[in-house]
Design a protein. Structure first.
Length: 257
C-alpha cells in the first residue's frame, strides 16, 4: 500500500483498508482481549503508509469500539468478538454479507422533487430545495425483509440517479465516488405497516414493523442522507452494548438476539 497525492481521496481509502485489516485480526482474536496492537511505526512499515494514515485507521477502530488508547502505551484491544462496524451498521449490504446472507433489492420508485418540511430540517436545506428520493425493497437470501425510503440532497442524488438499477449497495457506491460517511444518528421504534409496506413485505396493513430512522453526515458534518427503513420484526433486531470505555449499536438477525 502507498499513500496517494495530497488533496486526493486515496489516503482516506487507504486508512479504511488498514482499519479493516486490523479489525479482521482483532475479530480473529490475534491480539486477545486487553492485548496491544503493534507500534505505530511498525504498522506504517507493514502497510507501506505514513504514520498519519495509521493514526486515521486507529481513530476509526476507536470509533468502532475495538480499541482504546491509554497514555504511555500502545493501543489496547477492548475485546473480542468484534462489535459491528460503523460501515456494516450504515450499509444493509455490508451487514448482510457479514452474517453470511446474500443481500438483494430492487428499486420500487425514484424521483427528484422539492423537499418537504421534515426533509429540509433533517438535511438542513433551504426552502424550495430539491431532493432525490428512492424507495427500495431489500431482501436477505431472496426473502423480503425491509422497505428502504431514503432521500438525498441534490448533489448526492445526482450520483445515486446515475447508478445502474441493479446496484446492490448505494452506500458503497457513494464511498467509491468520494462521498464519505463519518457520523450517523439512529432512532429505532415501531410503526404500523402502510399499504405499500404490506404489498412489498407480505404482511397486513397496520402490522407492527421495526423502524430505523437514520441521518448520516460527512466528515464536515454536512447531511448526506435521511433514511427510514422498515423491517419485518421477526427478521432483525438491534442491540446496544455499553461500557465505561465504549458504546456500540449492532444490527442482528432476529434469531441471534
Amino acid at each position: 500500500m502507498t499513500d496517494g497525492p495530497a488533496g486526493t481521496a486515496k489516503p482516506l481509502a487507504m486508512y479504511r483498508q488498514v482499519a479493516a485489516d486490523l479489525g479482521r485480526e482483532i475479530g480473529e482474536g490475534r491480539y486477545g482481549s486487553g492485548g496491544r496492537l503493534p507500534a505505530e511505526g511498525e504498522l506504517a512499515e507493514r502497510y507501506g503508509v505514513s504514520r498519519g494514515t495509521v493514526r486515521q485507521a486507529m481513530a476509526l477502530l476507536r470509533t468502532e469500539g475495538l480499541i482504546a488508547s491509554r497514555r504511555g502505551t500502545r493501543r489496547v484491544v477492548i475485546g473480542t468478538p468484534r462489535p459491528q462496524s460503523f460501515g456494516e451498521l450504515l450499509s444493509f449490504t455490508r451487514w448482510a454479507r457479514s452474517t453470511g446472507a446474500e443481500p438483494g433489492g430492487r428499486i420500487v420508485a425514484a424521483e427528484t422533487r422539492p423537499a418537504d418540511a421534515t426533509e429540509r430540517e433533517r438535511l438542513r436545506l433551504p426552502a424550495g430545495a430539491e431532493i432525490h428520493a428512492v424507495r427500495r425493497l431489500r431482501t436477505l437470501s431472496g426473502r423480503p425483509v425491509m422497505v428502504e425510503r431514503t432521500v438525498y440532497p441534490s448533489a448526492v442524488g445526482e450520483l445515486i440517479s446515475g447508478l445502474p438499477p441493479d446496484t446492490v449497495s448505494h452506500t458503497v457506491a457513494l464511498e467509491e465516488s468520494g462521498v464519505l460517511f463519518a457520523d450517523a444518528q439512529h432512532t429505532i421504534d415501531l410503526c404500523p405497516a402502510d399499504a405499500e409496506d404490506a404489498r412489498l413485505l407480505g404482511c397486513r396493513p397496520g402490522d407492527p414493523l421495526l423502524r430505523e430512522r437514520r441521518c448520516s453526515t460527512d466528515p464536515a458534518g454536512t447531511p448526506i442522507e435521511w433514511s427510514e427503513d422498515r423491517y419485518l420484526p421477526e427478521t432483525v433486531a438491534f442491540t446496544v452494548h455499553s461500557s465505561a470505555t465504549s458504546g456500540s449499536l449492532a444490527r442482528r438477525s432476529a434469531d441471534e438476539a
